[in-house]
Structure formats: C-alpha cells, structure tokens
Design a protein around this ligand. Structure first.
Ligand code: MF3
Ligand code: CO
Ligand code: CO
Length: 293
C-alpha cells in the first residue's frame, strides 16, 4: 500500500502527497452553510456561535428549573414572571418574550395552564391542586438565544392530565433520539405523531418548533405532526422541538381579547415540553439539558 511520503505512482518523482494524493472532498462546512442559507434560509452555526448559544441555553434551562421549583399551590404565575425577571437581571441576560411580536407580548415568560396550549400570559390566579402548568423560558445572553419549557403538576392531577404531560414528554425525547446528520426533517413529526396516537392523544398542528440561536424564531419550521418537509439535517443546525399534545381534538384557538393565549378548541387538557438541540457531526446535543453542578 502506497503511503503519503512515497514517490507518486505517476513517475513524476514527487512525493505522492504533493502529486496525485486525493484532495479533500469540497463539501466543507462553508459550502454547506452557503447552500442551506440560499436554499432554505437556514443558518448553520459556527463553533464560536454554538458556544454562545450553548451558554444562553444553559442559562434558560437553569432559570426554568428555578421557576419549576417555585411553582407550587398558592403561587401566582405573575410571581413566577417576577422571579424570571429577577433571575435574568442577576445573570445579565434578558427574557426574549417581553415585548416580542404583535401585539407585543406583555410578560417575560409563558405560563400555560390546563387547556391552554401555549402562550398563556402570567396573571394573579394562584396555582391550584390539580393544575398542570407549562412554563416556557427563552433567554437572551450576550446576543444569543436559548429556549425551553417543561410541565409542572400541582398536587394531584387527574389521569387525563397526567396522560398529556407524560405523552408530550415522550414525544419530545423520542423525536430527539433519532436526530443526526442525514435524517430528514419530517421524521421528527413522524415520531411525535405516532407516539401521540399510540397514547390516544392528538398533536397540535398550528404551532411549530423553530430554528433558534441567533434569532428567537429562525427557519426551518419544525412540524410536530405528519408532514412532507424532507430537508436533511446537517451539522451546525440549532432548533427547538416543542410538541403540544392534546387529550381531545388537535385544534387550538387564540383568545381574541389578548391575541396570544391559545386554548384547545374543546377545552380539554394540553401539555408541552421543549428543548433547544444542536445537530453534531455524528448525532445531536440537547443544549437546554440541565447539567447538575
Ligand atoms: N418560547 C415560545 C417558543 O417556544 C415563544 C413564545 S412567543 C412569546 O417559541 F411572545 F410569547 F414569547
Ligand atoms: Co420555542
Ligand atoms: Co419556548
């Protein structure tokens, strides 16, 4: 077998490595980055950007953890919002939801209770025994974003609520488990929808996960239900998966009065969990996974 420093087989007298040694494939990260931007408007992140997004994601996970610990019977969602503001200030960060969108979102977190699918606005209602609550925290640290949400059960919850809480968690984690370069984007929705159906639950199709990190909501949209978007995952993609799973019908309706609160059309319970993930060379990393210590 010829090695790099042997004379080239062509007889030039030069070392093989300087002569006919095969060139590296030209599909470098830079080429891919340009292609994904042009074709799909997807921003592939550089290692430096990934470090910043990881830091923002870790902070968002830490703040979410603190809010979940504080969410007990008798506490209002406004008090959780106040704590969220305080923790962001302490870490020199900003909560992304505040004044986001149109009409401007009025608070710093989303708190979605029971039949609320997403974008519930914190208020003065105290948490009650039997409530299920989604807390969604998005942090901006040093200009970069991290987004995650979890469910909290207050006291003893009924079987239907427990089912959506558990199923939405399983949907999220099972869809993350398949992530690696080459997997098609729509395989995420396939996993989520099949896990939900097996549990006799439905998947909200009006809200999606999203590219994330440099901005709050980037391309691509991540559908949680069956879909036909066959973009291959590649290294350097960062996005959220955040399945909203309902006990009854999949439809959500937005409150006309506040323009944000989305409830199930049949007012049956809904639950959601969310992580920000990174596609790596041979798999994935959950950026918002809370690391103890
Ligand atoms: N954090 C939510 C998401 O997962 C978005 C909330 S929009 C807001 O994408 F305006 F309510 F913040
Ligand atoms: Co999100
Ligand atoms: Co979120």
């Amino acid at each position: 077998m010829i090695s790099r420093n042997d004379p080239c087989w062509c007889g030039s007298g030069q070392k093989w490595k300087k002569c006919h040694y095969p060139k590296q494939p030209i599909q470098t990260f830079d080429v891919l980055k340009r292609e994904y931007k042009q074709k799909h408007n997807i921003l592939l992140k550089t290692p430096e950007e990934i470090d910043k997004i990881r830091a923002a994601s870790r902070l968002a996970a830490h703040i979410l953890d603190e809010l979940c610990k504080a969410a007990v019977e008798g506490v209002t969602t406004q008090q959780l919002d106040d704590l969220c503001m305080k923790l962001h200030k302490k870490h020199n960060a900003k909560p992304a939801p505040l004044n986001y969108g149109s009409p401007p979102y009025p608070k710093s977190i989303c708190t979605s209770l029971n039949e609320v699918v997403c974008h519930g606005i914190p208020d003065e209602r105290p948490l009650q025994n039997g409530d299920i609550l989604n807390i969604d925290v998005t942090s901006i640290l040093d200009g970069y974003f991290g987004d995650n949400s979890r469910m909290v059960c207050i006291g003893k919850v009924d079987a239907e609520k427990q089912l959506v809480v558990d199923t939405s968690y399983n949907c999220l984690m099972e869809s993350i488990a398949i992530l690696k370069p080459g997997v098609l984007l729509n395989e995420i929705g396939n996993v989520i929808e099949s896990v939900a159906r097996k549990a006799k639950c439905s998947v909200v199709y009006q809200f999606v996960g999203h590219g994330h990190g440099i901005a709050f909501h980037e391309e691509p949209q991540i559908y949680h239900s069956y879909n036909n978007i066959k973009i291959p995952l590649v290294e350097g993609m960062t996005f959220t998966i955040e399945p909203m799973i309902n006990a009854g019908v999949p439809e959500a309706k937005i409150d006309k009065k506040d323009g944000w609160t989305a409830r199930t059309a049949d007012l049956k319970p809904s639950a959601q969990w969310e992580h920000t993930v990174l596609i790596t060379k041979d798999g994935h990393e959950i950026l918002t996974l809370l690391k103890k210590n």
